[in-house]
Write a protein that binds this ligand. Structure first.
Ligand SMILES: [Zn+2]
Ligand SMILES: [Zn+2]
Length: 440
């Protein structure tokens, strides 16, 4: 997940570290646990693993959850972990952390910076880094598991805590669901998660009601032509010209065909064809990312790409049996929907607990496969993912003065203020779970 911008005032930063104490003692309990969680975070950060390669991370955390009294199942959706704590009648609450790193060579200069290397699906060895902050998610996950296990007498219900693989390639949530997450284990009434944010001060909480993140589709278009000599174009059919017309016409899908109030993006990110000045190639290839919120908008865009590709080839005189081939990659990442009533309920709680640190934020066109948990049963499941700002106070102040540019998520320089992110998220998730499963 990437690119979120929270509105936040510098004056709020002073509140982040301290904040008013509350009678439930949760903040103090988080503070007592924090050194161990930061130690875990630094260990995870130094040892990141790529999507579906999270073997060490999963094993480490599975052991810790077992020690806390959870029933733990490993290898769900390849490298995923499901930890269940049954504690009497009541709702089922599922908390999710994603645990994969990215093929990025770390340049933060942190003493615990990653030096790991691994081979992703491309087959080319690369550095690996927790450049999306999933290490903060895993640390807060364990903190929340511990606090809720210790407070068993304060809640009643079933707690399902999952560690999801392969968020960065959009496949992990689906892999866990396909492997029986909702059939082999208790199906949740509520699913909850957070993501660290690189455009908000540490400790700020941001949320969006309704659609928060977009449908993400990757589309490949292969455009056949008839190859030939560059000096004799009349003997060929030039696929570069056909593909160029397709690229231009695609710009009208959003600008001329959709309601201007409906968010959508069609970006051609790759256009490849040809080998030499004087050869007309026999093929061109386009790679397109397509973003939307509504299912109908998504379908309109995908149908439109196929229609335009076909029509432009026909316009160039290509025969029916040599028209462009359009492939939509599976699985796609569906739009993330924060169910409104549940979002209101949790945010009312967090606004009371973190005064002046909670803000509603605009939705973004990034993607997050957390969406799958809601989509798997829209009748039953209420879902919410919220942001926790991670920018260090001094960095934030400099950026506000225009002295520095902040790195985004996935940047080799992204170094969140992990103790503040972990403390805020642990307290927020624990408080929310206690509220949802409170006795009586
Ligand atoms: Zn990411
Ligand atoms: Zn992420």
């Amino acid at each position: 997940m990437r690119m979120v911008r929270l509105a936040g005032a510098v004056g709020l930063l002073a509140l982040v570290a301290a904040g008013p104490a509350r009678a439930d003692g949760l903040r103090e309990a988080v503070a007592a646990e924090l050194p161990a969680l930061v130690e875990l975070y630094q260990d995870l950060h130094a040892n990141p693993e790529l999507s579906f390669q999270e073997f060490e991370t999963a094993a480490k955390l599975a052991g810790r959850a077992r020690a806390l009294g959870f029933e733990v199942t490993e290898g769900v959706g390849r490298t995923g972990v499901v930890a269940v704590l049954r504690n009497g009648p009541g709702p089922t609450v599922m908390l999710r952390a994603d645990m994969d790193g990215l093929p990025v060579i770390e340049q933060t200069g942190l003493p615990f910076a990653s030096k790991r290397r691994a081979v992703p699906a491309t087959g080319i060895e690369t550095g690996v880094m927790h450049a999306c902050g999933h290490d903060t998610h895993v640390a807060a996950w364990l903190g929340t598991a511990k606090l809720l296990a210790e407070r068993r007498d304060q809640w009643s219900g079933t707690l399902v805590m999952i560690l999801q693989p392969a968020e960065e390639i959009g496949e992990g949530a689906k892999a866990m669901l396909d492997d029986g997450l909702y059939t082999r284990f208790p199906k949740p009434d509520y699913v909850l998660a957070f993501h660290d944010a690189a455009q908000a001060p540490a400790g700020m909480i941001g949320y969006t009601k309704g659609f928060a993140l977009a449908n993400v589709d990757s589309v490949d278009v292969v455009v056949p032509g008839v190859g030939g000599h560059g000096a004799y174009p009349h003997t060929a059919k030039d696929p570069i010209v056909i593909a160029a017309h397709i690229v231009t016409r695609l710009q009208t899908l959003v600008s001329r065909e959709l309601d201007p109030q409906e968010p959508a993006v069609v970006t051609v990110g790759s256009f490849q064809a040809g080998s030499k000045h004087n050869i007309i190639p026999d093929e061109a290839r386009l790679q397109i990312t397509v973003r939307s919120y509504a299912d109908e908008t998504r379908q309109h865009l995908l149908d439109g790409i196929a229609r335009i590709a076909r029509a432009e080839a026909l316009a160039a005189g290509m025969p029916e049996d040599r028209l462009p081939r359009v492939t939509v990659q599976e699985p796609y990442t569906p739009a993330t929907y924060n169910t409104p009533a549940f979002t209101d309920q949790v945010m009312a709680l967090l606004k009371a607990r973190f005064p002046d640190r909670v803000a509603e934020t605009p939705s973004v066109m990034g993607g997050e496969d957390f969406s799958q948990y809601y989509r798997a049963d829209r009748e039953k499941v209420q879902s919410l993912i919220f942001w926790v700002g991670g920018v260090r106070a001094e960095q934030w102040e400099k950026a506000q003065k225009g002295e520095i540019e902040l790195p985004s998520l996935h940047s080799p320089f992204w170094a969140p203020d992990a103790p503040v992110v972990i403390a805020t998220a642990t307290e927020a998730l624990t408080a929310a779970a206690l509220e949802l499963m409170k006795k009586g």
